[in-house]
Write a protein that binds this ligand. Structure first.
Ligand code: EPZ
Length: 418
């Protein structure tokens, strides 16, 4: 079993370089099969979610070549075969193979995806989108067979601005006959990155990043070279860690515009930031942070994926702060462990009320999901004594070289096999 051990209260100073975005990469890899030619994707993070998707590529007989930070995907000899449950359940993003296989072969056979247990996470909007394009969906227990004689462009309104459904429908529609319009599309930067990739391969997608995306179907996609955008959630996690323990901590290779919802809250709390074109430096640790409230929302609102680490910061704010989670039903699993560390938090319905400041003292905690794990790392770095985190596989799914990156700036953090 792998654990992370942190000796807290070390001042963090220096530079942390942000990796490529997990949630863009996990869609770009399945998207690459839409051509028969080679796609080179650089700035790919080395995380276990990337490995899990590469395993699926191998099942589909797609050649994958990995060099430092780049991935060359060649689907020339690809076969369309069932993706077994043992592969799909490793991560949520396995479902992007549904849209990609449907778009390429008009048939996909796979199982319900896995991923963090942060809510029911249905895929009804994805399936409705495929059906609107002319596909028939048959499900048997966890298995889904999605097939079409022909895919035809359609007008699709998403009841919820879902990131996954927006991308999956784009993947299925790029080679459909005619024009597809997705209304109430999600606007996350990862969606823009995926649309740019598809356009680099010859797709005709406009409007990505707005709530209306137009896709004019094309017959063929070709080889391309593409770069993954910096991971805004990883950058945000390190900014929060910097606000807790940093002194001149520079978070480099990021896009500050992608994190305005977070940085405006940090500034409101009294945290001093220096913003550059592609970096933000946390200038120093302030003794008294102002309390504040956050409510998670779709982009450009406050990202749900930063809600859990941000809760840790609020334990250090003066007075009462509130965190309201509106995207996922079950994203407060980190709270009992923060309480074990000494935080004063009450959860009622979808709102956590945090009373601060409280001293945190190291103890044994669990990374119940990826961002809960990030919250535990942030709390452990702040707490006195030793914090031991179990279930760290969740953390390694999404944070490239987290141990090395934090060690390099002065943290005492170790990944151990016990
Ligand atoms: C993506 O999940 C991210 N995952 C999540 O990041 C992130 O929390 C989420 O978007 C919101 O930003 C990946 O990109 C792989 P949604 P996704 O579809 O696409 C409901 C992380 O920590 N919904 O936008 O699965 C759903 O239940 C992860 O990196 C339906 O009801 O999220 C949720 O309440 C966790 N039916 C809401 O929509 C559907 O068919 C938003 O989900 C689809 C979604």
């Amino acid at each position: 079993m792998k654990i992370i051990e942190i000796e807290g209260q070390k001042e963090l100073t220096g530079t942390i370089r942000v990796s490529g975005a997990k949630n863009a990469t996990v869609a770009l890899i399945p998207a690459a099969i839409l051509t028969d030619e080679e796609a080179t994707i650089c700035n790919v993070p080395e995380i276990t979610d990337t490995e899990a998707l590469c395993e699926i590529l191998e099942v589909l007989n797609v050649k994958v070549n990995r060099s430092t930070e780049s991935l060359v995907i060649n689907p020339k000899d690809m076969i369309n075969t069932e993706i077994e449950e043992k592969y799909s359940k490793k991560l949520r993003a396995s479902y992007y193979f549904m849209g990609a296989l449907l778009g390429k072969y008009k048939k996909a056979v796979m199982y319900f995806p896995g991923g963090c247990s942060i809510g029911a996470r249905p895929i009804d909007l994805h399936l409705k989108g495929f059906e609107a394009l002319g596909a028939k969906v048959t499900s048997n227990k966890n298995q889904y067979i999605v097939e079409a004689e022909e895919l035809k462009g359609a007008n699709i309104y998403l009841d919820i601005a879902s990131v996954g459904a927006t991308i999956n429908i784009m993947l299925a529609a790029v080679k459909a006959k005619g024009t597809t319009i997705i209304d109430n599309a999600a606007k996350e930067p990862e969606i823009v990155n995926v649309a740019t990739f598809l356009n680099n391969m010859g797709a005709k997608i406009t409007g990505a990043g707005t709530s209306r995306i137009k896709i004019v179907g094309v017959n063929k996609l070709h080889k391309c070279f593409h770069e993954v955008i910096p991971d805004r959630i990883e950058a945000g996690t390190y900014l929060i860690i910097g606000a807790l323990c940093g002194n001149n901590l520079k978070i480099d290779n990021m896009i500050p515009e992608h994190l305005e919802a977070l940085t405006s809250k940090l500034e409101e709390m009294g945290i001093e930031l220096e913003k550059g074109i592609d970096y933000i430096t946390i200038l120093g640790k302030n003794e008294k942070y102002k309390n504040t409230n956050i409510k998670t929302a779709v982009y450009p609102g406050f990202p749900t994926d930063l809600q859990q680490p941000f809760t840790v910061l609020l334990t250090q704010a003066n007075g009462k702060s509130k965190v309201t989670e509106t995207i996922w039903e079950n994203r407060f699993m980190h709270i009992p462990y923060l309480k074990d560390l000494g935080a004063d938090i009450e959860v009622k319905n979808q709102t956590a009320t945090i009373l601060g400041p409280t001293e945190l003292k190291g103890t044994q905690v669990v990374a119940t999901d990826l961002r809960a794990g990030a919250a535990m790392v942030a709390a452990g770095l702040l707490a006195s004594g030793t914090t031991t985190i179990t279930n760290v596989e969740h953390i390694l799914r999404g944070y490239e070289n987290i141990i090395e990156k934090l060690t390099d700036v002065g943290a005492k953090i170790k990944l151990k096999e016990i």
